[in-house]
Design a protein around this ligand. Structure first.
Ligand code: BGC
Length: 389
């Protein structure tokens, strides 16, 4: 089983100036601290990867930055491509299985200017990226798109992420466009090498009625579950080698369309989220009938309370391993994330990391949860399941 950690280019690499987010972050609030140099992962990637291996993990998920690889439509930056190729090769050479994400929220500015995901040429552009990257990188595990419906909702319904749109009809169009792009990427990556394992990192959340006995909240939870959790699987049926799952916290439906993150009095993470591993058990039970291996592509908590982070890690991994005991095909568990990093709209506050951000001379100050994850990797989680496992 894979035991690892994940990152995304924009959140950690630093000095990305040609992505839609590079433009958008300047419009958020005066003084908003953008990604900037981030964790300078682009400068130190190979050493960083060796450190992840030295910690004792066996997998590393990262994303390629489209705006670096293709600074202008159709023009490949060979140095950027070689950089990501070296990341994959280095990971392999030091015993880490690379899990490569092709699209993790950011688009090149030139594509944003053309209409982004809603550009009539989006699928063609994405297919070209898949061919270029898919042919250059010798990885087995591929995530085509990270959290398609989160991107659709944040960017096109709530307007909180680029391109800052607020339109109910566009959410649906974006979801479908991303589904088309995924289906095509699935074919392309398999044409290059049929042994590849290709999937999506799908955000899944259990959506409860905010007021448990209120009919509209009950209906809302069903409606939102369909839109947020289920439709994308229907649009992409037959094009997953594994089910990539980003699982964090629960949601609540208030009426048909409103979403709340908590009920009064609940304990919240730094993100204002309510976490309960029983919700992950429910999510895994939805996936089981699909009969595919499940890879937890993201799971983590934003907190500075390390006991809480370790409890979160233990309880969620335990649920995963119990599901495995009951017959779920579990491919792996990837904690989110390596360092506290640029958390999109929330900026630099939330501490999801196995380490604080790099500081002068010290790139990795491993927190207790990092050691715990390494220990789980060493014994394949056996300690969580007790003597009769
Ligand atoms: C995203 C990450 C993000 C994390 C925590 C996921 O939605 O894929 O980029 O940092 O959640 O909010």
């Amino acid at each position: 089983m894979l035991w690892g950690v994940g990152t995304s280019s924009y959140q950690v690499e630093g000095n990305i100036d040609h992505a839609d987010w590079s433009r958008f972050e300047r419009t958020i609030t005066p003084g908003f601290q953008g990604a900037g140099k981030a964790c300078e992962h682009y400068l130190h990637a190979l050493d960083d990867i060796r450190q992840v291996a030295a910690l004792g993990l066996n997998a590393y998920r990262f994303s390629v930055e489209w705006s670096r690889i293709e600074p202008a439509p159709g023009a490949t930056d060979q140095a950027a491509l070689a950089h990501y190729r070296q990341m994959v090769d280095t990971a392999r050479n030091c015993g880490l299985e690379p899990v490569v994400t092709l699209h993790h929220f950011t688009l090149p500015k030139w594509l944003e200017a053309e209409g982004g995901v809603l550009s009539p040429n989006f699928t063609t552009h994405f297919a070209r990226l898949c061919k270029v990257v898919g042919s250059a990188l010798d990885a087995t595990w591929w995530v085509t798109i990270n959290e398609p419906m989160v991107l659709a909702v944040m960017g096109y319904l709530l307007g909180e992420w680029p391109p800052g749109r607020r339109s109910l009809t566009e959410v649906n169009r974006v979801g479908r466009a991303l589904a088309r792009a995924h289906r095509q990427a699935f074919q392309i990556l398999h044409q290059i090498d049929p042994a590849r394992r290709v999937g999506v990192a799908k955000h899944l959340t259990r959506i409860w009625p905010h007021r448990p006995h209120h009919l509209m909240d009950q209906l809302g939870s069903r409606l939102q579950d369909a839109v947020f959790n289920q439709y994308f699987y229907q649009w992409t049926a037959g094009t997953h080698d594994f089910l990539g799952v980003n699982f964090y916290a629960r949601s609540y439906a208030r009426g048909l369309t409103q979403v709340r993150r908590s009920r009064p009095g609940e304990r919240l993470s730094q993100m204002g989220w309510v976490t309960d591993s029983a919700d992950l058990a429910a999510v895994l039970s939805w996936l089981k009938p699909m009969g595919l291996p499940v890879l937890i592509t993201e799971n983590g908590i934003a907190t500075l309370d390390e006991d809480l982070r370790c409890d979160y890690l233990r309880s969620h991994v335990r649920v995963l391993l119990e599901a495995r005991q009951q017959g779920l095909d579990v491919a792996g568990y990837l904690y989110w994330t390596l360092w506290d990093n640029f958390e999109w709209r929330e900026g630099w506050g939330p501490a999801f990391g196995l380490c604080p951000p790099p500081s002068a001379g010290q790139r990795f100050s491993w927190r207790p949860a990092a050691r715990l994850l390494a220990q789980l990797c060493a014994n394949d989680g056996a300690e969580l399941l007790g003597p009769h496992a």
